[in-house]
Structure formats: C-alpha cells, structure tokens
Design a protein around this ligand. Structure first.
Ligand code: NAD
Ligand code: MG
Length: 377
C-alpha cells in the first residue's frame, strides 16, 4: 500500500533485488497514475488500486490489456488486502488513511510490515490487540523500531529496562524559537540525512515524528511511557538502543538507508544480502548525542502528553498534526503554528478512555474539522 511513495519505491527496489524471495500481488497509490502504471508493467501484480477515483479510467485503460485487475476508491483499498494470494501487507501509505486497510489486513490474517506509524499512534491499543487475537505479527519498518526489533532478537525472555530512540534533530537542530518564526516550506523540506515523503519530512523538522515514534514504540514493544527515551544523534548511524535489566545496552547501527529495515521486515527472520554502502568507523570519527530541546520543538512533549493521557488523545493529536502539516505545506500557517494548533486541539478534545474502533474515526473527523475551522474560520 502506497507503492508510489518514498517507502513504496524503495520496497520495490528490495523486491526487485530479491525476486527469488518476493513477488508483488497488489500495488496501491493515491493519485500518481503514471508511476503506478509503470510499476505495474514492471512488477506484474495481480491487482492494483488507485484511491483517487478520477484517475481510475487512465489506470484501467493502461493495465486491462495486461490482465491486471484495476480498482478505484478508498473502499477498494481496504478490501484488496483481503485477497487470498497475499502473505504480507506492507503499509507504506501516509497518515490516518492507513488505519482501515491495516485493520482489514489483520482481520484477513495477513502479516503486516508496518511503515504507516500513524496507525499505531491513533489506535495502537486496538490494533495490537487485534493482531494478537488473529495471530498476526507487526514487523516494524520504521528504522528506529527495526533497530529495537533487531536488538531484541534472541532476547525475547529478557525484560527491557528502557529503550532509547535516536533522532537526527532535523534541519533546525540547535535553533531557538525566535529563529524559527520565518521558516519557509523549502527549508523545512530539506532533511539532513533522509529523503522521505513531505509529511514525515515536516514531522522530522518539528520533532513530531519522534513523538509519533515514541507512541509507536509503546505499542509495538508493550512498554510503559517512562521506559521510552529519545536522544538527538545528528549522524543517524545509531538507529536506536535497548537497555536491559542488567544495565547492558544494545544498539543497531548502519548508514541511513530505509531499504535495510524494509528488507529486514520482509525477510525476517532471515538477513538477506545487500550491496548497500557499508559504514566505516575510520571515516566518521565521531558520533555525537545531545538532549532534545523540547521547549523549542514542542511537538515532542505534546506527543508524550497525548501518550500519557491515552484513549483517543493520540488520535486527536495525530489528526490535528496531519491538518497542521498540510496547512503549512499550503502556506496557510507558519512553522511554529503547527505545534500551537496541535496543542489547542488537544486542549479541546473530550477524550474517550476506552474507545471502540468507531470512536477513532469520529475523533479523527472532529479534530480535522476543528483544526481547519480554527485557521480558516
Ligand atoms: P510518501 O508521501 O512518499 O508516500 C505515500 C504513499 O501513500 C504514496 O504512494 C501515496 O500515493 C499513498 N497515499 C497517500 N495518501 C493516501 C491515501 N489517503 N489513501 C491511499 N494512499 C495514499 O510517504 P512516505 O515517506 O513513503 O511514508 C509512508 C509512511 O511510512 C508514513 O506513515 C511514514 O511516516 C512512514 N515512514 C516513512 C519513512 C521514509 O523514509 N519515507 C521512514 C519511516 C517511516
Ligand atoms: Mg523513523
């Protein structure tokens, strides 16, 4: 899901490099019909979904002669994951839109390679319980969570004391609030170490991405909030660490390349070969670590607040953030207003402590509408 995005394209590279292990059954995209068609010609899936219905005819016309089934619309996205021939669903679409197809894939007992962190932020309790009930594993694709998962191999019975998620700090590391008032979209879209989709790149600049990852880690590894720490590590070589109850720490390291965690999630428990460039200690010399500045980058502490409140609060926070990021990318709000908008929606949210699935959809809709109203009137 999301084959035309940053993770999706890299996943297809991994698949192409390991054609003895993997083949593509389904590809889905929001609206990039041209790329979806090109990918389908190369990978010959059984079916494709284009969520944007206005692009349906174009995709259908191109792929019909190749005997590839073509579906359109968001509902098809949620249905197509149930196909018998699928073993693993890679959730590489962005935002809340990932929740419904992921839930359906779990109900259909498909293993999940999870890139779409928003699904666990929004409804981590519901989704992890559903996965357990259906015997489904959630293999992390996010590099930090893949690092933790790799550190835990062979340690399943050893309790975790804490985990430490590393953060690059983003393009504005070291700056203070007053230096961030006039940040432009172009500046925020320039990440120092990773090339990613626009939404996660802005989340990395505000440190909301790390906040989302803290909540993602809570659910993936069944941790208490106080067991999850973050540390800024600008070189992005140490991808995260686990500390055990004897005080020993394990870290997973390597050059930043998302193909590695994608490949580990798809190939688990096997480590498949790769020719990615290798890290060279002599060349790097120093790896540095520093505390995150949560006064300047408020989103990280807002995410901790949302996690501590629990219930539908992280869902409201996530929706407000999705709207805030899109308004920022649309030049409707300034960089620092992203955190302000998220905070104001959290303050006004009537949190439901024991939500049903529908409560997440209602909360998401309420938070989006309220956030938009607040800015556009
Ligand atoms: P992206 O914007 O590059 O790609 C998103 C993909 O999802 C595209 O194929 C798009 O067509 C599809 N999509 C978007 N909205 C959709 C919708 N409403 N319905 C259906 N399909 C939709 O994003 P990305 O950077 O590849 O990130 C994807 C997910 O992976 C995000 O949740 C992100 O947080 C996570 N992630 C990304 C990276 C990275 O390096 N890019 C790293 C870790 C985690
Ligand atoms: Mg990450």
């Amino acid at each position: 899901m999301g084959s035309t995005g940053s993770i999706g394209k890299q996943a297809l590279e991994v698949i192409a490099n390991h054609s003895a292990h993997f083949s593509v059954e389904v590809l889905t995209a929001q609206s990039n019909a041209e790329l979806l068609i090109a990918q389908s010609i190369e990978f010959q899936p059984n079916a494709v979904v284009i969520a944007d219905i206005t692009k349906y005819a174009q995709v259908k016309e191109a792929l019909d002669p190749l005997n590839i089934k073509v579906f359109g619309g968001a509902d098809s996205l949620a249905q197509v994951v149930e196909m018998d021939s699928i073993d693993v669903v890679l959730t590489a679409l962005v935002g809340f839109a990932g929740l419904k197809p992921t839930v359906n894939a779990i109900l259909a007992k498909k293993q999940i390679a999870l890139a779409n962190k928003e699904t666990l932020v929004v409804a981590g309790e519901y989704v992890t319980k559903l996965a357990r009930e259906n015997g489904v594993n959630l293999y992390p694709v996010d590099s930090e969570h893949s690092a933790i998962f790799q550190c835990l191999a062979g340690e399943w019975h050893n309790p975790i004391e804490k985990i430490i998620l590393t953060a690059s700090g983003g393009p504005f590391r070291g700056r203070k609030k007053e230096e961030l008032t006039q940040i432009t979209k172009a500046q925020a879209l320039k990440h120092p170490n990773w090339t990613m989709g626009a939404k996660i790149t802005i989340d990395s600049a505000t440190l909301m991405n790390k906040g989302l990852e803290v909540i993602e880690a809570k659910w993936l590894f069944d941790l208490k909030p106080e067991q999850i720490e973050t540390i800024v590590h600008p070189q992005s070589i140490v991808h995260s660490l686990v500390q055990f109850t004897d005080g020993s720490m394990k870290a997973q390291m390597g050059l930043p390349d998302m193909k590695l965690p994608i490949q580990y999630a798809l190939g688990y428990p096997q480590r498949l070969e790769s020719d990615f460039p290798r890290f060279d200690f002599a060349q790097f010399g120093t790896l540095t670590f520093e505390k995150a500045d949560t006064d300047t980058f408020r989103c990280l502490s807002l995410a901790y607040d949302a996690m501590n409140v629990g219930g539908t609060m992280p869902c409201a926070m996530n929706a407000a953030n999705e709207i805030a990021v899109s308004l920022f990318l649309n030049d409707e709000i300034k960089f620092l207003q992203i955190a302000e908008l998220v905070e104001s929606i959290m303050e006004h949210h009537n949190c439901i402590q024991q939500p049903e699935l529908q409560d997440y959809f209602d909360t998401d809709a309420w938070a989006r509408e309220t956030a938009l109203q607040r800015i556009r009137g």
